[in-house]
Design a protein around this ligand. Structure first.
Ligand SMILES: [Fe+2]
Length: 268
């Protein structure tokens, strides 16, 4: 059995198209997308349409779980304007996706099993790997945006890395994914990657309306995607929370976002 696994496409259609121009999907028994198919990137509708057309089986990411909470009071400093924009681009609907997908000896999830929000790294996944019930031997996950292949001696944890916004690996515009092959009962992981055009990605952003809908968040996302340097979005959110605490103003306040955007840019 042979699997093609991607994670965290985040509406980056250019990254997805680059993958599809490299790989023959007919070579694989299953195509897996490990959550956060959308939000952040400029082409959520087209990304979902292409993933669906190609036959990718998808799990629910934390970004998509948040669609269920758009009517609730915002939680501090999160990019609700961007999420609302994405939701509207999708025609205000999103398919019901499973938190976990299981078949054969494979367990697919976004964060950790059962929790699309839980952020761990490769070492942090080891306890979950050891607790996998029989017969599971391969744990595929995304969420962290960084890639790893970790083994506990028997089982394998693989994060293919964020196809649409790989973190911590300059120079940017690199789309990672993984090929998993089952041979004589054992899973083997092969990390792969393709590059895509920064020019076309930037054009997509310019034409999308995202800079108007959520300027600070769009700037942070673009920097993340095009440089590969780590945690730009998280840095912006932490700055928003800091400005909010200092000024006593809500993290929803556009002025707080504006000031945080300035500081985030100055601190680069
Ligand atoms: Fe993500």
């Amino acid at each position: 059995m042979r699997l093609l696994a991607i994670a965290d496409v985040h509406g980056n259609l250019r990254a997805l198209e680059a993958l599809l121009s490299r790989e023959r999907l007919g070579d694989y028994d299953r195509l897996i997308s490990l959550g956060d198919q959308v939000n952040f990137g400029p082409k959520p509708r087209e990304t979902m349409a292409l993933l669906t057309k190609c036959g990718f089986e998808m799990v629910l990411g934390n970004h998509e779980e948040r669609f269920a909470h758009l009517g609730e009071p915002a939680f501090a400093g999160y990019g609700w304007d961007m999420l609302r924009w994405t939701w509207n681009q999708l025609g205000q609907r999103f398919p019901a996706l499973p938190v976990d997908l299981r078949f054969g000896t494979v367990w697919c999830t976004h964060g950790t099993p059962g929790d699309p929000y839980h952020l761990v790294d490769g070492n942090g996944m080891l306890p979950f790997l050891r607790e996998l019930p029989t017969p599971y031997r391969l744990l595929l996950s995304g969420h962290n945006h960084r890639r790893w292949v970790v083994s506990d001696g028997e089982r394998l944890s693989v994060n293919p890395g964020a196809l649409g916004m790989l973190e911590g690996e300059p120079p940017g515009c690199v789309a990672p994914y993984a090929v998993l092959t089952l041979r004589r009962g054992h899973w083997h992981a092969e990390p792969r990657q393709v590059t895509y055009s920064e020019t076309e990605l930037l054009r997509d952003f310019q034409e999308s309306g995202l800079y108007e809908a959520a300027p600070e968040m769009a700037a942070a996302v673009v920097r993340q995607m095009t440089t590969g340097s780590g945690r730009q979005v998280l840095r912006l959110i932490k700055t928003i929370q800091r400005v909010s605490a200092e000024t006593g103003r809500s993290a929803d306040d556009p002025e707080v976002w504006h000031e945080a955007g300035h500081r985030w840019e100055k601190e680069l």
